[in-house]
Design a protein around this ligand. Structure first.
Ligand code: KE4
Length: 432
């Protein structure tokens, strides 16, 4: 076992108290480390590629608050822009120029988006987009893929990924059958299964929603032809294609996975990066569809803090930083170095592994693979992943606390950080 050099007394005290105050001691289930064992560390502060916990231990961070910290945590330019915005108030509940600015940036960046609506989370964006799909097509059913996660709204908690998969929950109590009866599922990368669902449900399916690169069942990439096939099938059946780019948006490329793979969905959901660490979600797409959203049209969706000036400011500054020439080449280079290094270290220490990266998103499964879908992902040795996670944590590397999550790098990660991470991984893996 790797020497457990870090002291986590304060983390343990704080987390013990938290468990009396909040269910599981956390504000979101995956943070509780349930599937990797041990106790979570309690953060004190973050900066760039690093975390410091309440005991003063420092970690190289590959979660990046689950995606938003793509420019590095607490980027000085984001912080100073927020200080300036703070002086003018934290929330207006009224139109502001900043919403126009971020909307123009999103529309300019994402090929398929002609209009956008801001909300406060990815869950809200996915909830709203499903209502819009149903209203536009006047059809109730929707196809999602096993292991994909589109937030915690009732109708998506069917064979969902992320924390649902992590905790091995058979979907969730409290979700009425009526909410999920119209949610159809297929294995990721299985066009034949999608074709069959369309044939079995003629003229009843409003659309297909998916993670164009999966990050919530571990890191799973689309097979060649899969996304193109979905685009053809949805066109053929008068259904909509929706890319849930809450995780991939502005991470896989500045224009998201749809730019990377050259596919034009009808609607897109976003979150994480576009809030730069503050609560922002968004959905957008074809003008003829988005014009159905109230008050322009009859489809209702609302939110007190939607488009608030602080969140808009953090999002604007983050996208400005990402626009700097070379950003995505850098992210691809360091993340590929990391993924290749981790895979090589694992193979050379005798472990069955597979995985890889696309731009600043990566993943590693403890199975020889290949992993094309959630069933394949579940063949991973999750107990070994738990030991690996703990070993890395005790040596100062913070990975997502679940086999069914993806890893994230940032512009703040240096080659030294990457090489140090690989060296630590080699040591942990050889003692696993
Ligand atoms: P939020 O409601 O958590 O902002 O977004 C939901 C969501 C929607 N779609 C995709 C593709 C997502 O990845 C997410 C949220 N991602 C998880 C991490 N896998 C958030 C972390 C958490 O639940 O604590």
């Amino acid at each position: 076992m790797v020497n457990t050099t870090i002291k986590t007394t304060k983390s343990q005290e704080v987390f013990a108290a938290a468990q009396n105050l909040m269910p599981g001691g956390v504000s979101s289930p995956v943070r509780a480390f349930k599937s990797v064992g041990g106790q979570p560390i309690v953060f004190d502060r973050v900066k760039g590629a690093y975390i410091w916990d309440v005991d003063g231990n420092q970690y190289i961070d590959y979660v990046g608050t689950w995606g938003p910290a793509i420019c590095g945590h607490a980027h000085p330019e984001v912080i100073s822009a927020l200080h300036e915005a703070l002086e003018k108030g934290t929330s207006f509940g009224a139109p502001s120029v900043l919403e126009n600015v971020l909307a123009e940036m999103v529309i300019a960046a994402v090929p398929s988006i002609e209009m956008v609506r801001f909300v406060n989370s990815g869950t809200e964006a996915c909830m709203a987009v499903l209502r819009l799909m149903r209203a536009f097509t006047n059809r109730e059913k929707v196809i999602k893929f096993e292991g994909c996660y589109h937030g915690h709204a009732d109708m998506f908690l069917v064979k969902a990924g992320s924390g649902v998969a992590t905790l091995g929950l058979p979907d969730s109590p409290g979700v009425p059958k009526s909410a999920t009866v119209s949610t159809l599922t297929a294995p990721y990368n299985d066009l034949e299964a999608v074709k069959a669902l369309f044939e079995q449900n003629p003229d009843q399916i409003s659309g297909v929603i998916l993670e164009p690169v999966v990050g919530n069942a571990g890191f799973i990439t689309p097979d060649a032809g899969f996304l193109e096939g979905l685009r053809e099938l949805t066109h053929e059946h008068g259904a909509l294609l929706v890319f849930d780019e809450v995780m991939t948006g502005f991470r896989i490329a500045y224009g998201g996975a749809q730019e990377k793979f050259g596919i034009t969905p009808d609607l897109t959901t976003m979150g994480k990066v576009i809030g730069g660490g503050l609560p922002v979600g968004a959905y957008g797409g074809r003008r003829d569809i988005m014009s159905m959203i109230a008050p322009a049209g009859p489809v209702y969706q609302a939110g007190t803090l939607s488009g608030n000036p602080l969140a808009m400011t953090a999002g604007i500054k983050t996208l400005e930083l990402l626009q700097k020439p070379g950003s995505y080449e850098y992210l691809e280079r360091i993340t590929k170095r990391l993924a290749d290094g981790l895979l090589k270290a694992a193979q050379e220490t005798g472990h069955a592994v597979c995985g890889g990266n696309i731009s600043a998103m990566f993943g590693l499964f403890f199975t020889s693979g290949p992993v094309h879908n959630y069933e394949d992902a579940k063949k991973s040795d999750t107990a070994k992943f738990g030991r690996f996670h703990r070993g890395m944590l005790e040596r100062g590397v913070y990975l997502a606390p679940s086999q069914f999550e993806a890893g994230f790098t940032s512009l703040a990660h240096t080659e030294e950080d990457i090489d140090q991470t690989i060296a630590i991984a080699r040591d942990v893996l050889s003692n696993l």
